[in-house]
Design a protein around this ligand. Structure first.
Ligand SMILES: Nc1ncnc2c1ncn2[C@@H]1O[C@H](COP(=O)(O)OP(=O)(O)OP(=O)(O)O)[C@@H](O)[C@H]1O
Ligand SMILES: [Mg+2]
Length: 537
């Protein structure tokens, strides 16, 4: 067959058109919709081959629904099997994606589509289908990955929550162990017995520290730790941390010093307890691992353009140092340089993990410089707002803790289901010269409160029959205003929302278990100041 110049010209322009359509199709970004992909293909076909119209229709429930059309006008909702658009189609190609017939591509043209063109269009449709397959596979994989990530995260949170709950459960019986060991220690004992009791007390203390560490760690992991924003006296913060370790340092013959740069603000806004925790962790490590020489703390402050200061704390020691290969790992939880450490020095490898999480939560960072054989320096930085006016900084001074003597007589009801805790509280109160009645659940509390005007109810939260929250709500609703007792929640529940729940139920204050004696005394003293002396009623 002879080819005319006209044929040749058309073949050439078709080939160029095919190339252009292919380039346009492949240029559709991975994030563009499937409709966009079809639209690009159809526009190219209309433009390059001069067709009147091109459709892509999806097969839904055995009928063909037009999905994309170029030009866009005149969009039927559905093609009837006998619709003119179908009957008059110059080309009607099946579209198969992932081995499933997904739809049809229809061309409306002024003249029949020659086989060569039809072949080019088939190739383009095949290309579009494989691009769709690729995208769908990628999307499914991304979804599966996201699902797996969500599952892993929720498992991780569940683990942290379980750890938090477990350590909280363990704290409750620890209250009994520690409280009674303390009481036992104050009775008349032989030298051997005193030795045993001291061992019980120090083991119990270690255990409680460990439980608290795990609780802190899991609270941070579960995203449940809230930081305070209160004025913090920097000197007091550092001096107290150093004081806490001075006895241990002195025992080992270590020099323990600190220095706060003159330029540092006297006080900042921050969380005293958590800052102290980080400092004590770092200082504790430095003292623990250093055999001779000195441990020092240095605090410097760099003003920032936004009015904040960058506070830098450096804790340096002349201890064994940490090899480069261990430097990153020691900040991970339960990680120690080697297994012999915990046998020799105790500890679980949580201190640095907790410190790093706390510092990060404060918006800062922690790092380590160390030379094997010549000591380590742990540094952490936090951004902080200096206290400018004369807000009194929280003193947290051990010396200013309340004296335990001289509480006025008051009528106290202990609501507590656990006999051990009940006895412990009774004994503590007895030592403070106070007498108390007891109730073992919420219903008993209601009975008692109805017949006696108590000044204060020490209310456990979890109790059988009726819990402390319900009992409090009933008291607030049923007892006349003049006879309402102060209600102090006493619970081992350790999350901030537990506290909120107690206050919302109508309790006045919240004390955590194990019972902290000074905290209890302070609370009772406040009660005494609030209520008139019993004799006057
Ligand atoms: N100042 C230091 N000098 C030498 N090694 C250190 C120092 N501080 C930390 N390390 C190493 O880093 C490890 C992790 O410290 P981290 O405080 O997290 O745990 P720990 O002190 O062993 O136990 P925990 O703090 O839970 O009681 C330590 O076991 C020790 O091997
Ligand atoms: Mg430690």
């Amino acid at each position: 067959m002879e080819m005319t110049a006209f044929d040749l010209d058309r073949k050439l322009s078709d080939l160029i058109g095919f190339q252009c359509a292919l380039v346009a199709l492949r240029g559709v970004g991975a994030e563009a919709s499937e409709e966009m992909l079809w639209h690009t293909l159809l526009s190219s076909l209309v433009e390059q081959y001069g067709f009147r119209r091109a459709w892509f229709g999806r097969i839904v429930n055995c009928s063909l629904r037009p999905c994309v059309s170029v030009p866009m006008d005149d969009f039927p909702v559905e093609f009837q099997p006998d619709s003119p658009a179908l009957r008059a189609a110059a080309l009607d190609l099946p579209v198969t994606v992932e081995e499933r017939l997904e739809g049809r591509l229809l061309i409306d043209a002024a003249e029949p589509v020659v086989e060569e063109r039809a072949e080019q269009i088939r190739i383009l449709v095949g290309e579009a289908a494989s691009m769709l397959e690729e995208r769908r596979t990628r999307r499914r994989n991304a979804e599966a990955l996201e699902q797996a990530k969500l599952r892993a995260e929720s498992a991780d949170r569940a683990k942290s929550l379980m750890l938090a709950n477990m350590s909280h459960e363990i704290r409750t019986p620890m209250t009994g162990v520690m409280g009674f060991a303390d009481l036992l220690a104050s009775t008349h004992l032989t030298e051997d017995q005193r030795d045993y009791v001291d061992t019980i007390r120090s083991s119990a203390n270690t255990l409680l520290t460990l439980i608290n560490d795990i609780l802190d760690f899991s609270k941070i992991e579960a995203g449940k730790l809230d930081l305070e924003s209160e004025p913090v006296d920097l000197h007091n913060l550092v001096a107290r941390a150093v004081a806490l370790l001075s006895a241990r340092a002195a025992e080992k013959g270590l020099r323990l010093t600190y220095n706060i740069a003159r330029a540092a603000p006297a006080a900042i806004i921050g969380d005293f307890v958590r800052l102290q925790q980080v400092l004590v962790n770092l200082l504790g490590n430095a003292v623990k691992f250093t055999a001779r020489g000195e441990v020092s703390v240095a605090v410097t402050a760099t003003p920032q353009p936004d009015g904040l200061v960058q506070l830098a704390f450096a804790v340096s020691d002349t201890g064994p140092g940490i090899a480069a290969e261990h430097r990153d790992r020691i900040f991970d939880s339960f990680s120690q340089v080697d297994g012999s450490i915990s046998r020799k020095f105790g500890g679980t490898g949580l201190g640095l993990a907790i410190s790093r999480s706390l510092v990060r939560q404060m918006g800062g960072a922690i790092s380590l410089e160390s030379q094997l054989g010549s000591g380590s320096t742990f540094r952490f930085w936090i951004p902080a707002a200096p206290v400018v006016n004369s807000q009194p900084a929280a003193s947290h001074d051990i010396l200013s803790q309340p004296e335990t003597a001289a509480l006025p007589p008051m009528r106290i009801l202990i609501a507590e289901d656990n006999p051990l805790n009940r006895k412990l509280l009774l004994t503590i109160l007895q030592r403070l010269g106070l007498h108390a009645d007891v109730a073992a659940n919420g219903l008993e509390v209601l009975d008692r409160v109805a017949s006696t005007d108590y000044d204060v109810v020490l209310m456990d939260v979890q109790m059988p029959e009726m819990d402390g929250l319900a009992a409090t709500a009933r008291i607030r609703a049923e007892i006349p205003p003049g006879c309402q007792p102060t209600i102090l929640a006493m619970t081992a529940a350790a999350f901030p929302e537990d506290r909120v729940r107690c206050l919302e139920a109508g309790m006045d204050e919240y004390l955590s278990k194990p019972v902290d004696l000074p905290q209890l005394v302070t609370a009772l003293r406040r009660v005494a100041e609030r209520s008139p002396a019993p004799a006057s009623r």
